[in-house]
Design a binder for this molecule. Sequence first.
Ligand SMILES: [Zn+2]
Length: 94
Amino acid sequence: MEKQCTRCLEFKTLDQFYRRSASKDKFQAQCKPCKNAINRESYAANPAKKLTQNLSWRAKNPESYAKCNRGIGLLGDDATRLFAAIAYLKEYSA
Ligand SMILES: [Zn+2]
């Protein structure tokens, strides 16, 4: 089964989309590369907003955050990669 990404407009298989339980079809509207780019752009545009979102997510998902925290040592202090990892965990823990 293929799905069209609303950003790059390419048809891709569902493994190219992150899951999103709130969506009708359970997948994000944008493919993984596009979603990652969007996350990077929104963080670059407004780091404080993203940080607030992440903190509120962390408060609501202490277990996922604990898993995520273990990954921080591997990621170093690169904030972009860290937020990408958080976004990834968020998708797969939904
Ligand atoms: Zn795309």
